[in-house]
Design a protein around this ligand. Structure first.
Ligand SMILES: Cc1cc2nc3c(=O)[nH]c(=O)nc-3n(C[C@H](O)[C@H](O)[C@H](O)COP(=O)(O)O)c2cc1C
Length: 330
């Protein structure tokens, strides 16, 4: 069974992917309750942390109940990354994860995120320096390569392992692909099948059904699946995959009562954690999925995603229970 440093994980663990403005403590806690084995924070800018930018610092918050949790950081400047390791350590995560995969221009143009895929030596030396600077396990999340013609993930993974990286999560796309096309899991399997590799290799990209998670495990032989978009507004995805692993059957989807309960708790935790305004605003993106598939739902969804005060959103949840209380999801 895979281990990240001394953290023992179950067979084929499911990891909640780091997602900006999504993987915050309330959402991570809900995913953990539903079976996520490891959760990651959204990426946090090392330069922002060093400047003590309030928004970056707030992202370091962790609930005890979500452990093991990895804090993900990004940056490309050695001194800043080392100072960041110290700041991150002080907030007590179980893992420090380095983002070498973010494709967005504002990150890449500074040589961070996937930008570093153009300078593998720097990627390796930064990782080595960070490993030496902390007692926590350091993991890496990356993509296959910069573009189709420069896929060197086999070599990259080996070199990261050799400098002490304790696990690697690989999104089966290149930076050039952004989110287009299908994720290709074959090069990830090649990394796993490299006889020199002994750290866990987690697959990422497009796992949105229990069958796909099973393929990642059985056909591609990976050590675990990192799940992103399929969990947004649907933390039950982790439980559904695990149920399928155990029984080969699909779990019945959550009832409307369970969905309203999760949405309510999500909003309340978000408000408690970041205040009324941000809590209301940043939980909006989950509602579409929480209540996906219900006919004639638009007025209720509109109320949830346009109201500026939580009382109106909670009221919309109550109305949903009244109107759709016995709706059966298929
Ligand atoms: C809204 C959103 C925000 C994301 N933010 C991050 C991030 O902060 N750090 C990171 O490494 N990847 C980030 N990603 C990429 C995901 O972690 C993941 O690699 C990608 O979505 C593919 O997995 P999926 O098909 O399961 O969603 C983000 C993806 C989405 C959709």
């Amino acid at each position: 069974m895979p281990k990240i440093g001394n953290i023992q994980l179950p067979e084929f663990p499911l990891l909640l992917a780091p997602m900006e403005d999504v993987s915050d403590p309330p959402f991570r806690a809900l995913c953990k309750e539903q079976g996520a084995d490891v959760v990651y924070t959204e990426f946090i800018s090392s330069e922002g942390l060093i400047r003590d930018a309030a928004k970056s610092v707030m992202k370091l918050d962790i609930y005890e109940k979500e452990r093991p949790v990895g804090i993900q950081i990004f940056g490309a400047v050695l001194e800043s990354m080392l100072r960041t390791v110290e700041i991150v350590e002080a907030s007590g995560p179980d893992i420090i994860d380095i983002n070498f995969g973010c494709p967005v221009k504002k990150v890449v143009s500074k040589g961070a995120g996937a930008g570093i895929l153009k300078d593998i030596d720097l990627m390796v030396s930064l990782t080595e320096a960070m490993v030496k600077h902390t007692k926590l396990p350091v993991t890496v999340k990356t993509r296959l390569g910069w573009d189709h013609d420069s896929i060197r993930i086999l070599e990259v993974a080996e070199r990261l392992q050799d400098v002490g990286c304790q696990a690697i999560s690989i999104h089966g796309r290149t930076r050039a692909q952004m989110y287009k096309g299908d994720a290709d899991w074959r090069p990830i399997a090649d990394v796993k099948n490299n006889p020199r590799m002994h750290i866990p290799v987690f697959g990422n990209g497009d796992v949105d059904t229990p069958e796909k998670a099973t393929q990642m495990r059985d056909k591609y032989g990976l050590d675990g699946a990192m799940i992103g978009r399929a969990s947004i507004g649907y933390p039950w995805f982790f439980k559904e995959v695990k149920h399928y692993f155990k029984t080969g059957e699909h779990l019945a989807p959550p009832t409307i009562i369970e969905r309203v309960d999760a949405a309510r708790r999500h909003l309340q935790m978000a408000i408690d954690w970041k205040g009324e305004k941000l809590g209301v605003f940043e939980t909006r993106r989950h509602y579409t999925n929480y209540f996906k598939g219900i006919p004639d739902f638009k007025p209720y969804r509109m109320k949830m995603v346009t109201s500026d005060d939580s009382a109106s959103v909670f009221e919309a949840f109550d109305e949903v229970l009244q109107v759709f209380g016995d709706y059966e999801f298929v």
